[in-house]
Design a protein around this ligand. Structure first.
Ligand SMILES: [Zn+2]
Length: 240
């Protein structure tokens, strides 16, 4: 299996590295800043080959220019957002494949947080890079898309295998959990997760990656019965 590295950046962002030992290829997802990425690469003796972007927000692309200049890595992002993403070497659409050494991701368009948001699904590695679409115990705010769009996007992610690692871009789990508990106070899986999260955060440890199975059991946004219920929960969270 490839090496998955999680790097903390800014106040609560996570940047991910995925390294394929056989080919030597290394990708980074949503580099909020360049310096911690370059440091991590140096420590491991890895060469960056690909920069994968989920959406255009600055805390996801802030380090791209510096990383591109330092490494020449190929920048991959949504064709629909090419006008507001850094210059793309590969512009992708739903269903496209992204090949990184011996690894292949399927592109999933997941509008909602932004209209151009995409996720990368590495089926053979069971790794999902989902940016600001799905968080542990939460989901991204609807800055551009509709509740129906986000519901459709989350439903696609919910259909991935239970073991799929959910590599989201923020450490929001504890705050999300306080809200989730108001929606499903009797959910034992959620209660167990909240205890685990509290313990991890006390030790200053990350609560993600999560898994699709864990989110299906505990995340009220994924557990909503339909788009209308989802929309109601999302609205309540926005004013929580
Ligand atoms: Zn965002």
């Amino acid at each position: 299996m490839p090496d998955l590295i999680q790097i903390s950046a800014l106040s609560d962002n996570y940047i991910y590295l995925l390294h394929d030992e056989a080919s030597g290829a290394t990708l980074v997802v949503d580099p909020a800043e360049a310096e911690p990425v370059l440091l991590s690469l140096r420590q491991r003796g890895w060469t960056l080959t690909h920069i994968l972007l989920t959406h255009h927000h600055n805390d996801h692309i802030g380090g791209v220019a510096e990383l591109k200049a330092a490494t020449g890595a190929k920048v991959v992002g949504a064709a629909k957002d090419h006008g507001r993403l850094p210059k793309l070497d590969q512009a992708v659409m739903d269903g496209d494949s992204v090949t990184v050494g011996g690894m292949t991701a399927q592109v999933l368009e997941t509008p909602g947080h932004t209209v151009g948001h995409i996720c990368y699904w590495f089926a053979d590695q069971a790794i999902l890079f989902c940016g600001d679409t799905l968080f542990s115990l939460g989901c991204g705010r609807l800055f551009e898309g509709t509740a129906q769009q986000m519901w459709n996007s989350l439903s696609r992610l919910a259909a991935l295998p239970a073991a799929a690692k959910v590599c989201c871009a923020h450490e929001y789990t504890a705050a999300n959990g306080r809200f989730a508990a108001t929606i499903e106070p009797e959910n034992q899986a959620l209660r167990d997760r909240l205890s685990q999260v509290a313990s991890l955060r006390e030790q200053d440890l990350p609560t993600v990656p999560s898994t699709i199975g864990l989110e299906l059991a505990s995340n009220p946004f994924l557990r909503a019965a339909d788009a209308q219920t989802f929309a109601d929960i999302r609205r309540r969270k926005d004013t929580f």
